[in-house]
Write a protein that binds this ligand. Structure first.
Ligand SMILES: NC(=O)c1ccc[n+]([C@@H]2O[C@H](COP(=O)([O-])OP(=O)(O)OC[C@H]3O[C@@H](n4cnc5c(N)ncnc54)[C@H](OP(=O)(O)O)[C@@H]3O)[C@@H](O)[C@H]2O)c1
Length: 280
């Protein structure tokens, strides 16, 4: 429930209660429900989830106390905010089912590749927000980039922002073209980072470290390095140079990474993901 004078939503929607309907209660739908409940942005009684999976419905009502159903049309009937969180291939059917929304209702889609114009046209509805969150939203440490149709009212954008900032960091962009780029960088990004973590831990094990010790060393190294870039505001290359002594160990490792085209490989990987994102 979002109420004036109660927490982070002061002044956003006045005293009006906000009811949210989730269409799709999978990994991302659950992450949103969890963050919104934990951060007390919305109470479970004001959230309804429609999902075709009985397993998901049972889990979500048991874990978060939200009501669940299978009828998408019914789910959106009384909602102020409708979150579309199904896979891209299931979106056309959902759109057909929920068409005919009231003009005041806001649609927030997190479906990869679904553009504002396709959503707006399919739904015959003009108040639409398109967002690209990422998987660490599951622990409230997500990175979301979002945009909205020109017709979306200021207070509706505030509502979308309130919901998205419960997932972690959020950035609003006026130009939708950045959504596809963010899909390739921050949307898919956690997979690149998890692979990097896995490979680095394996490397530690390869030279003789116990696996749990290697993992602890790697995780804190990545966390500490991230915080250092944030806190110092220095260019990563400057910081790298301070760790790289002439003729030392780090430069030996960096030589191998450069030989393996580490940097250009990353560029090519992100560019390939972007190309695919544009085709979705
Ligand atoms: N996962 C990520 O890291 C991530 C990041 C950014 C954006 N996204 C976007 O978020 C969306 C959801 O991803 P996800 O990982 O949460 O997917 P997911 O775990 O598969 O969740 C989707 C849920 O919707 C259900 N569903 C399928 N068709 C439905 C219908 N017609 N009506 C109601 N529910 C239906 C699915 O049930 P069944 O499993 O039985 O089909 C499933 O429980 C995707 O479009 C994806 O592009 C995901």
């Amino acid at each position: 429930m979002i109420e004036a004078g109660k927490g982070r939503n002061d002044g956003i929607m006045g005293k009006k209660k906000i009811r949210i309907a989730f269409i799709g209660g999978g990994a991302m739908g659950e992450a949103m429900i969890k963050c919104l409940s934990t951060k007390k942005v919305v109470v479970p009684q004001d959230m309804v989830v429609s999902d075709i999976s009985p397993v998901r419905r049972k889990l979500l009502s048991r874990e978060y106390g939200v009501s669940t159903l299978t009828d998408n049309k019914k789910a959106v009937a009384k909602a102020d905010l409708i979150v579309l969180a199904v896979k891209p291939q299931n979106l056309p059917q959902v759109i057909e089912e929920i068409k005919g929304l009231a003009s005041k209702q806001l649609v927030l889609s997190i479906v990869a590749g679904a553009t504002l114009s396709s959503l707006r046209q399919g739904l015959s509805h003009s108040s639409v927000v398109r967002a690209m969150p990422n998987m660490p939203a599951q622990i409230g440490e997500g990175m979301t980039i979002w945009t909205a149709t020109a017709e979306t009212e200021q207070k509706q954008k505030k509502l979308a922002q309130t919901v998205l900032e419960a997932l972690g960091k959020e950035i609003y962009v006026a130009d939708e073209k950045y959504l596809g780029m963010a899909t390739a960088l921050s949307g898919s990004g956690p997979a690149y980072v998890f692979l990097f973590i896995e490979a680095l831990v394996d490397a530690g094990v390869h030279i003789g470290l116990p696996r749990d010790m290697a993992q602890e060393l790697v995780l804190q190294t990545i966390l500490g390095s991230t915080r250092t870039v944030e806190k110092t505001g220095k260019h990563p290359a400057d910081l790298r140079n301070t760790v790289t002594s002439p003729g030392g160990t780090t430069t030996e490792a960096l030589l191998q990474l450069e030989k393996g085209r580490f940097r250009s490989l990353l560029l090519e990987a992100v560019a390939a993901a972007y190309k695919k994102a544009k085709r979705l």
